[in-house]
Design a protein around this ligand. Structure first.
Ligand code: SF4
Length: 370
């Protein structure tokens, strides 16, 4: 499938360029299969159907709920249009991709406005946000609308009104007027973002904007950001062990050290939290959507009696291979029977066990700070 954005920044994703200078550089190094899939696919298809119906007027594919939003979009659009229009009907363009070029005619960034109305003295650009969008940036601060306005301004030097239409929101629309000086300033801002993104060593800055960045699964900064406790506390997504391993592998050695050094504290926090939860009553647990089972049975075997019976069934040698000697238990037993302190018993036990001890095996080394 051809990319209508030609691999260049676009208005809808421009907030990510503005927040992360190095994003385009990373995206350029990734193969198609390395890009993260689009999020909220279901909501996006719902939005696409409503957008298509607004463009073509054909509502036959809409569900009842989508029809409600379609009708609200039409109503809000008419209201904004009527307030803006000077007299005669304005020219109308829907879903048309437009480009901002540099001084040599090279494409820099594109944008596809849901609808553009043009009259002689000005233009109106509207974008429908058909999802819930509780955190939608207001029109005044929206990079998407700013880029669309500047693209239009570069084709026709007129002031521009931009706005969002939000059928699901209480305030159903939100408009901002760009005068000439605002458009000149916005143009400079966009050029500065694009300039920074072209620096070969442009740094990457992770943040909540990474959520929708297609590079997020290959980006060390996004991986480190997603592991921050404050970020994890606010996420509703739980990660599988495989996902955790994949993200951890993208961190830097300094990050691994940071995490490992805080490991014991984290384990203690988890254990203390588990103990606190277990101390709650069944009702208190249910109130937070938890329950507690009866616990696993932990059978205690009378090893001496079992040994006597089992040694008549299998060879003593085979039976002994099933037993493990606990050094700690042995020290306690010697201390009790010989009336010694545990420190004294330990010396004796180690001495007695020496001929039978193989100390050539090593566990993995433990990490220490140098
Ligand atoms: S995932 Fe985030 S930090 Fe990484 S390139 Fe994308 S926007 Fe930048």
């Amino acid at each position: 499938m051809t990319d209508e954005r030609q691999g260049l920044p676009s208005a809808s994703g421009f907030y990510m360029e503005a927040a992360c200078d190095g994003r385009q550089n990373l995206l350029r190094t990734l193969l198609p299969h390395e890009l993260a899939p689009e999020r909220d696919v279901e909501m996006a298809s719902r939005g696409d159907r409503i957008h298509d119906a607004l463009q073509t007027g054909d509502v036959s594919l809409l569900t009842e709920d989508e029809m409600v939003d379609w009708a609200k979009c039409k109503e809000a659009e008419k209201k904004i249009y009527d307030e803006w229009r000077d007299g005669a009907d304005a020219l109308e363009y829907r879903e048309r991709r437009m480009w901002l070029h540099d001084g040599k005619g090279q494409p820099l960034v594109s944008g596809k406005a849901d609808v553009v109305f043009r009259q002689d003295a000005d233009a109106l650009i509207l974008d429908y946000k058909t999802g819930f969008n509780p955190h939608l940036t207001p029109s005044q601060r929206s990079w998407q609308l700013r880029v669309l306005a500047v693209i239009e301004y570069n084709q026709r030097r007129v002031p521009i009104r931009v706005g969002f239409i939000k059928p699901k929101a209480y305030e159903k629309s939100d408009c901002t007027d760009y005068a000439f000086e605002d458009l000149e300033f916005a143009h400079q801002q966009i050029m500065e973002v694009l300039r920074r993104s072209k620096e070969p060593d442009a740094p990457r800055y992770a943040g909540s904007h990474c959520n929708y960045c297609p590079a997020r699964n290959r980006c060390p900064e996004a991986a480190a950001y997603s592991m921050l406790p404050s970020v994890m506390a606010n996420t509703s997504v739980t990660m599988s062990k495989k996902e955790v391993i994949a993200r951890v592998q993208k961190l830097t050695p300094a990050d691994w050290k940071f995490i490992v050094q805080r490991g014991p504290m984290t384990v203690n926090i988890i254990e203390a939290s588990k103990a606190s939860l277990k101390a709650l009553s069944v009702e208190e647990l249910l109130a937070i959507g938890m329950t507690i089972d009866e616990g696993r049975r932990m059978p205690q075997i009378d090893a001496g009696a079992a040994f006597a019976v089992l040694s008549e069934f299998i060879s003593t040698k085979a039976l002994w291979s099933c037993f493990e000697l606990s050094k700690g238990a042995l020290i306690k037993a010697v201390a009790q029977e010989k009336i010694l302190t545990e420190a004294q018993a330990k010396v004796i036990v180690e001495e007695k066990l020496k001929p039978f001890t193989d100390d050539t095996r090593r566990s993995a080394g433990s990490l220490e700070e140098v």
